[in-house]
Design a protein around this ligand. Sequence first.
Ligand SMILES: CCCCCCC/C=C/C(=O)SCCNC(=O)CCNC(=O)[C@H](O)C(C)(C)COP(=O)(O)OP(=O)(O)OC[C@H]1O[C@@H](n2cnc3c(N)ncnc32)[C@H](O)[C@@H]1OP(=O)(O)O
Ligand SMILES: Cc1cc2nc3c(=O)[nH]c(=O)nc-3n(C[C@H](O)[C@H](O)[C@H](O)COP(=O)(O)OP(=O)(O)OC[C@H]3O[C@@H](n4cnc5c(N)ncnc54)[C@H](O)[C@@H]3O)c2cc1C
Length: 668
Amino acid sequence: MELVDHLRDERNKAQFDVEAMKVVWAGSPQELQLCDRMANLVANHPAFEKLKRPMLVRKELFKNSLRKAAYARKLVIDLGLSEEEAKWLRFYIDEPTYPDLHWGMFIPAIEGQGSEEQKEKWLPLSRNMQIIGCYAQTEMGHGSNVQGLETTATFDAQQDHFIIHSPTLTSTKWWPGGLGKVSTHAVVYARLIVNGEFHGVHGWYNYYSFSFFLYLEDHSPLPGITVGDVGLKFGNGAYNTMDNGLLRFHHVRIPRNQMLMRVSQVSREGKYMQCDDVPRQLIYGTMVSVRQTIVAMVSRTLSRAVCIATRYSALRRQHSSSSLVVPCFLMIDYQSQQSRLFPLLASAYAFKFVGEWLKWLYTDVKQRLEANDFSTLPEAHASTAGLKSLTTSATVDGIEECMKLCGGDGYLVSSGLPELFAVSVPACTYEGDNTVLMLQVARFVVKTVSEVGYKEPLGTSSYIRRLNTLLHNNCLVQTGEDWVKGDRIVEAFEARAARMAVTCTQHLAKFQDPEQGFSELSADLVEVAVAHCQLIVVSKFVEKLAQDIPGKGVKEALEVLCYVYALFLVHKHQGDFLVTGYLTPKQASLANRQLRILYSRLRPNAIALVDAFNHTDHYLSSVVGRYDGNVYPNLYQAAFNDPFNDSHVPDGYHQYIHPILNQTLAKL
Ligand SMILES: CCCCCCC/C=C/C(=O)SCCNC(=O)CCNC(=O)[C@H](O)C(C)(C)COP(=O)(O)OP(=O)(O)OC[C@H]1O[C@@H](n2cnc3c(N)ncnc32)[C@H](O)[C@@H]1OP(=O)(O)O
Ligand SMILES: Cc1cc2nc3c(=O)[nH]c(=O)nc-3n(C[C@H](O)[C@H](O)[C@H](O)COP(=O)(O)OP(=O)(O)OC[C@H]3O[C@@H](n4cnc5c(N)ncnc54)[C@H](O)[C@@H]3O)c2cc1C
């Protein structure tokens, strides 16, 4: 049977080479080929079917996810897949499960914080999955406040042991993924106590957290350990495939050499030692690594929602303003639909490119750390924390908007959007609450501004070197066309970020107690951090355009996306640009007018730009976002695939409807 492409006319409008854009989106021809192979491996295998997931009750859902993970492991071994291929295989299975934490946090924690000897011992076991590990940091009473963790690890010199203990209810480990049911091991964070003393690197800290390696043997908890799942989470399916757990210790003994010993050590005699100038912040290194990974991945999440909403918008017709009866307008041709959808499309590309850059930054930092060069750690921390926060918040808001952009059908589970929202929304909280992370960025920016004159700002904060120019020279834009120049846009974002940072730094200086000032001004500080992070995203997009980008029309299409992203932000945050005095109201309104022109230039490319994401229908898992656009018959069919439609008479009908119809309610 011939397949009809309902989006063919839209595809024919494309003004660029879609295959070349696929390479740009994937990162390289090799990455495209790798992702394509893994996506199709998953899509074509019945073991990875996922449409029924939201209908399953928790125990069935969880068993199903264990089955998929085991099957994936078998494929990795049978096909001899590399770690990179296995990573993409897990990604396309599209189901949060214990291997995410095992590979994504447990192994990196040992790699980053273990001594050479410990790595040699534990990494092969972990990589062969002879043990399964999780990352047990958060406690019931302490998530953001890592220094406040209450679990104790007390050194017993007599027996050469640490005694791990949960002294209070609030010290219960709470949330770690993979902990509740599956893991055999955990990296556990606890306060170190040696000879009655808490140990910290800096004088003003009473204590800080250490990592210990703990064995949850044979799958019944060891004596003294209580373990379980934290309970059902938001959304059907969604994150409920993960066994986020709780864990309590009652004076559990582990050998001294199970403390991760790269950052600091406790000797046989009970002497606490900091290792060769290694900063204590390295203990937080796993979080830096995962925040980078989240940024690298989140653009795909947003691209998925945008792909669904764009395809449906290019198919569904609504009435025109002149005739309320004849449906003629495609939803995508409404200016208001474009002004909500196209900035999200542009954001997906922007986040992809900033994610690539962050991966480069992180790789560089990792190499430096291995060579005991810690100089770029503060920038890596600020950039990973800030971009994780910015991109996950925008993505989750974007998915919700995409749901609304599809009208009522977006709200159906079969659109793929509700589950995508539910599974993505915790990303605003895990790996650091997004507000708390932005406050870390603000601390970094304010510190950089305060140090001007005696410390050279580097990397993402190097714009602060030109503080004088940025504070005193206002925007030169005179026409709408002036707004579509990369250096002009970057300068506008630099000036806004610099001016906001300086104002906040000056306000902070008025407080006698800096911590009190920081607390009182925290809402403004978050805005400073947002401005700094948006500058990073915009400037990395502009830098991308300066590269050689092959393919007919590809660079031009990306230029439009870049300016849409930037001018949308200028419009949305015009208050910042106006209050800081950098823009005049006329220049702000020119930016908005230019944005409308850019939307009309983006319009013919919209479907091709989402096709370039190269998502399979399996990955999208959306009736309204299907590649062939054959939505309505499938939407109708999907309704009848719902087990609720198995019978015309639902359970309870005879019991509760008949008495109403027969007026026999008194018998109930
Ligand atoms: C691929 C995997 C799939 C994803 C699954 C995700 C599953 C989820 C897992 C988790 O959620 S794991 C738990 C994550 N928890 C957090 O992220 C907690 C958030 N809180 C923190 O990170 C920290 O507590 C804090 C908010 C950064 C504050 O820490 P603290 O109060 O101890 O420090 P400060 O006094 O504010 O700062 C001291 C100093 O240290 C610098 N710094 C802080 N963090 C880092 C870091 N990660 N790396 C490097 N440096 C760091 C900070 O900037 C300060 O520097 P100075 O100002 O003194 O120079
Ligand atoms: C799905 C999921 C998976 C997770 N997986 C893991 C895991 O594998 N391992 C692990 O250890 N943990 C895990 N966590 C825990 C996660 O890291 C914490 O939830 C997160 O760090 C936030 O901590 P909290 O929940 O205690 O929130 P809180 O810190 O209590 O934050 C609550 C509110 O207070 C605000 N707030 C807190 N501190 C400040 C401050 N200093 N200044 C201003 N505002 C503040 C926040 O902005 C937020 O609005 C997971 C969580 C979820 C939801």
